[in-house]
Ligand binder design. Structure first.
Ligand SMILES: NC(=O)c1ccc[n+]([C@@H]2O[C@H](COP(=O)([O-])OP(=O)(O)OC[C@H]3O[C@@H](n4cnc5c(N)ncnc54)[C@H](OP(=O)(O)O)[C@@H]3O)[C@@H](O)[C@H]2O)c1
Length: 265
């Protein structure tokens, strides 16, 4: 009886930061696989256009939401809106995030504060609010976009690296808490990806961006989406990144810190 009732409830995948980069590609992939989508970002024109396209191409329901996730007020209104409309989110993708380059003593505090709000607070808040319904339904998938930056300290991009460490740690702990509930948590850790990320971070000229060949966002989205659907835990995209993450385990921070610092200048 319960199963029958559950199966009648329309389910949605919520993707934050769907207006560009990895989130945009995730939206396309998931619509193609028949998922109804709720897309969130600030650029409503891009979201409207994407929603119309995906609806036309794949005949799925796509609902765009204009929301600045760094604002607690807007986040709360967004979550209330989901509740009022009885949208059951069975898949949550916390993808929206950004970085900021520069030595900490000189970075713009407002931008740093917004980064913490987006990369940490919004991800945690959305998860907290949407998780209980997934547990009640006995099924849920959560994909948190972390980064290989989360595996070590990041001089000259310190808060961004620390925010991604938070995402990795939080995802692993939550995954353990949710064992046997039908809800899984995946942390996707990409290396550099060809999106607007480095421009916005003011790091397009950094050694990291110019030395390493960035991955295609489509390939990162594909890997993240399938890892999440399989219920995997922490996944690192790309062979070279996997190797780097393995090697990092054996390198003391005193050695890696100056190297990372140089990569971000
Ligand atoms: N690119 C990389 O090298 C790389 C590497 C590792 C991890 N990542 C992670 O991957 C995720 C996606 O980044 P990306 O590379 O795809 O960057 P991107 O192309 O800059 O996309 C960022 C997305 O986040 C949204 N966003 C930004 N601020 C927002 C806000 N205040 N409220 C709501 N949405 C907001 C943007 O939409 P609007 O501007 O329309 O709001 C956009 O859709 C991030 O968490 C990033 O840290 C990126």
């Amino acid at each position: 009886m319960t199963l029958q009732v559950e199966s009648q409830i329309k389910q949605y995948a919520l993707i934050t930061g769907a207006s560009g980069g990895i989130g945009y590609e995730l939206s396309e992939l998931m619509a193609k696989d028949g998922h109804n989508l709720i897309l969130a970002a600030r650029n409503i024109e891009k979201l409207n256009e994407l929603s119309r396209d995906l609806n036309k191409k794949y005949n799925v329901e796509v609902i765009p939401f204009k929301v600045d996730l760094t604002s607690e007020e807007e986040r709360t209104a967004f979550i209330n809106n989901l509740r009022d409309n009885k949208y059951h989110v069975s898949i949550l993708i916390n993808n929206a995030g950004f970085g900021d380059a520069g030595c900490f003593a000189e970075v713009d505090w407002t931008k740093t504060d917004r980064m913490i709000q987006l990369n940490i607070t919004a991800l945690t808040h959305l998860t907290r609010e949407l998780l209980p319904a997934m547990i009640d339904a006995g099924y849920g998938r959560i994909l948190n976009i972390a980064s290989i930056a989360g595996f070590l300290p990041g001089p000259n991009m310190s808060v961004y690296y620390a925010s991604k460490s938070y995402v990795i740690s939080f995802s692993a702990a939550l995954r353990e808490e949710l064992k046997n509930t039908g809800v899984t948590v995946t942390a996707l850790c990409p290396g550099p990806v060809q999106t607007n990320f480095f421009n916005f971070a003011g790091a397009s000229e950094s050694r990291l961006n110019t030395m390493m060949k960035p991955a295609e966002p489509k390939s990162v989205a594909y890997y993240g989406y399938h890892s999440m659907m399989k219920g995997k835990g922490r996944v690192v995209h790309g062979l070279l990144n996997k190797l780097m993450v393995f090697v990092i385990n054996f390198i003391p921070a005193e050695v890696s810190n100056p190297i990372v610092k140089r990569l971000h200048t």
